[in-house]
Ligand binder design. Structure first.
Ligand SMILES: Nc1ncnc2c1ncn2[C@@H]1O[C@H](COP(=O)(O)OP(=O)(O)OP(=O)(O)O)[C@@H](O)[C@H]1O
Ligand SMILES: [Mg+2]
Length: 399
């Protein structure tokens, strides 16, 4: 009986032990799997975090890149309102253009039409975009359909503007230049040829006609020669523009030499050279003669006889870095209209081509002046008013 009692007690204890240990084992299992689950979820979170960080880093990287490129990037929504623009676009169009209509920056009907086309057909379009105001600008524009990581809207259009202004300007300048040179050379050549045909043809024995035509032909040949001389001088200066002349040159001597060169013409004006002291600058004597010879020549050509032409020199008052001297040449001539002033140093530019031609001008003088002054790291300042006169100041670094 006792043995039976012991046996059944042992069985109960064993069952309890098994049950308790099973519970513990399960709890341990649960705990382990919980830890595993937790670990897994932590890993997953970490992975998600890593991917997100990568994305952020990637998109930060992308933003960094697109903010550093020179090309302009704008993204517009379906209403053509600007939703994104990179740094270059900001620099070009200003800071506060977000949400403004793209036409407030680029009022070009073709561009607006192409944005509609991209929205409709989801195709990429490439177009040329030329602006004339405030100054000439030329862009190659690529239009793509959204969405992007910047604007998460499928109905958005990315405008990628490649600025080709300098290249197109250079191309047009080259062809304009060739056209101008050919035209300027052709005119005197045609007239010389015409006179030669006359005096070798029906006026072969007409001494009077020959006496009349030969000086005109010589004048035209001189004109061609001076044009070629100016062109050669201009291209030589351009080649040397990066080398600043270093000789010690006295501006008093330069201006006195220029006065001698133009003495015959200056006699017809009320000319005053007020430079009495020495003013030494860093420069090239011959080139400085060319600068002031061109400026004085203009004062003579574009002023009526007996008008005042005055030359002065003193302490520099321009933007040249360091100590400087300033030469001023002031006339009371026909002046230059304000709106034409920025163009005076362009090659072949003449305010009144007919008038300039009559006085023998080809429009290269001030272009030469500008390049020589640049080469000297000086500054050219032109003040003028139509009908009342012109003052040209040139600032140079002291020697
Ligand atoms: N002092 C001045 N007064 C009035 N107009 C001027 C003066 N200087 C220059 N200009 C204007 O600027 C234009 C350009 O001058 P620039 O010296 O380059 O050419 P140009 O005198 O016509 O020809 P070039 O000097 O080659 O013989 C002139 O045609 C003239 O219209
Ligand atoms: Mg001139």
């Amino acid at each position: 009986m006792m043995t039976l009692l012991f046996l059944s007690l042992a069985v109960i204890i064993a069952i309890v032990v098994i049950l308790v240990s099973a519970k513990f084992i399960k709890a341990g299992f649960d705990a382990r799997s919980e830890i595993r689950d937790q670990k897994q979820s932590e890993n997953l979170n970490q992975e998600v975090q890593d991917i997100t960080n990568e994305n952020i880093e990637e998109s930060n990287e992308q933003v960094k890149i697109i903010n550093q490129i020179d090309d302009l990037i704008l993204i517009v929504d379906k209403f053509k309102n600007i939703k994104f623009f990179n740094n270059s676009a900001k620099k070009k169009f200003g800071e506060n253009n977000l949400n403004k209509h793209v036409a407030t920056l680029l009022r070009v009907p073709d561009l607006l039409q192409n944005i509609d086309l991209v929205l409709l057909k989801k195709e990429t379009i490439t177009m040329d975009l030329e602006l004339s105001s405030p100054s000439f600008q030329f862009f190659k524009v690529h239009l793509f359909s959204g969405p992007t990581s910047y604007v998460d809207d499928p109905d958005s259009v990315i405008l990628f503007l490649k600025d080709l202004t300098d290249i197109i300007k250079a191309q047009r300048f080259k062809s304009d230049f060739v056209a101008n040179v050919s035209h300027e050379l052709k005119t005197p050549l045609v007239s010389i040829k015409g006179f030669l045909e006359t005096i070798s043809g029906h006026a072969k024995d007409d001494l009077e006609a020959q006496k009349k035509f030969i000086p005109i032909m010589l004048e035209q040949a001189d004109r061609m020669e001076s044009l070629i001389k100016d062109l050669l001088s201009l291209s030589k200066i351009e080649l040397e523009e990066h080398i600043q002349p270093q000789d010690k040159v006295n501006l008093k001597e330069v201006l006195s030499n220029v006065e001698d060169i133009h003495q015959k013409n200056l006699k017809l004006f009320e000319f005053k050279n007020n430079i009495k002291n020495d003013f030494f600058i860093k420069g090239d004597y011959e080139k400085l003669i060319e600068v002031f010879s061109n400026i004085i020549d203009n004062s003579i050509k574009y002023s009526e006889k007996n008008k005042k032409i005055e030359v002065n020199c003193g302490q520099g008052n321009g933007k040249v870095i360091g100590d400087s001297y300033t030469v001023s040449i002031k006339d009371n001539g026909i002046g230059i209209p304000t709106e034409q002033l920025p163009r005076i140093t362009e090659r072949f530019f003449r305010v009144d081509a007919a008038k300039s031609k009559k006085v023998g001008g080809t429009g290269l003088g001030m272009a030469i002046v500008k390049h020589i002054v640049n080469q000297h790291r000086g500054e050219l300042e032109i003040k003028s008013e139509a009908q009342s006169g012109t003052e040209i100041k040139v600032h140079f670094s002291k020697f």
